[in-house]
Unconditional design. Structure first.
Length: 313
């Protein structure tokens, strides 16, 4: 029989939460940035990591590093370049989309590459020079939620693909001229915790019917031209305003090549001019951009320099 003199334990009082208290902030979006150009990679990392709602958990210089980083960090979104040494972005894409949504972020604007990237599971395709910094951040969040984003070049390639009827499902019976279609089980990317084990060279994607190979991908030369407008999720997107730098057409072309990671010898060969002429152009570019190094000039040109408030070009 319990002793009546023993005091009963007092239940612990739970703290009252005011309805006016702010809800805890959501965890930052985890992003992996994959690009072989260290200047572009550093600029994207600085741009995204400077926000409270996004954190870059890893950087990668090729497709293999991107895959290893994605498996290790389990990011929410992967930013992936197309042309990288070793395992390129197109080859790595089918493996990466099994882990997280992927948005291509690249200078490559050829319609065949855009279409192949979308066929292999990319959730968006952004071409440098066709979006602003704020639009990039919006695209990252939207792609995490399953909303696709394309800049003007990629949207044009997608429209061309649809008009040609490539990869489109036929209409149900009774509409148009299509007949009944087979019911195939849909594939849901990044829905399984079991990730495919890639072959040693990470070169042949699962169930691939690719019309683009890593070999012929490396033979396509990048086009560095700028676009005056873009498109994303049905909304117009303005290109970064670089008129403030007052570069000539040739200087702007060379600045694009600098930002892409080319050295003076490569720029001279691309532009069919001497290395001395390249150096003269660079000296004038540095003066106009108030820069003392290639990295500083590229950061300003790409809009990733601190306080620039410009888009990644």
């Amino acid at each position: 029989m319990p002793d009546p003199t023993t005091p009963h334990p007092v239940p612990e009082q739970q703290p009252l939460h005011s309805p006016f208290e702010a809800a805890p902030a959501p965890a930052p979006l985890k992003v992996v940035v994959a690009d072989d150009n260290p200047v572009v990679r550093a600029g994207l990392t600085a741009l995204l990591s400077g926000r409270a709602d996004i954190t870059v958990v890893a950087e990668a210089a090729d497709g293999r590093q991107a895959y290893e980083a994605a498996r290790r960090h389990q990011p929410d979104v992967i930013l992936l370049d197309v042309r990288m040494p070793g395992v390129d972005g197109i080859s790595a894409l089918p493996y990466l989309v099994q882990i997280a949504p992927v948005v291509m972020l690249t200078y490559s604007r050829e319609s065949e590459i855009v279409q192949e990237a979308l066929r292999r599971g990319a959730g968006g395709y952004l071409v440098h020079g066709e979006f602003t910094a704020d639009q990039l951040v919006t695209a990252v969040w939207d792609i995490k939620e399953g909303r696709a984003h394309f800049t003007s070049t990629a949207a044009g390639a997608l429209l061309e693909q649809l008009r040609q009827g490539q990869g489109g499902l036929p209409l149900p019976e009774g509409l148009g001229s299509a007949t009944a279609y087979e019911d195939e089980s849909p594939v849901h990317p990044h829905s399984s915790t079991q990730h495919p084990v890639p072959p040693v060279d990470l070169g042949e994607p699962p169930t691939s019917t690719s019309t683009i190979s890593s070999k012929n991908l490396s033979q396509v030369q990048p086009h560095m031209g700028q676009s005056s407008s873009g498109w994303s999720s049905g909304r117009p997107m303005a290109a970064p305003d670089r008129t403030r730098f007052q570069l000539s057409t040739r200087e702007a072309e060379i600045m694009d090549l600098i930002a892409s990671g080319m050295n003076n010898q490569q720029i001279a060969a691309t532009c069919f001019i001497s290395e001395k002429t390249v150096k003269n152009h660079i000296n004038r570019i540095f003066a106009k951009l108030h820069s003392t190094s290639r990295a500083e000039a590229a950061a300003k040109w790409l809009g990733t320099a601190p306080g620039s408030g410009r888009g990644v070009g």
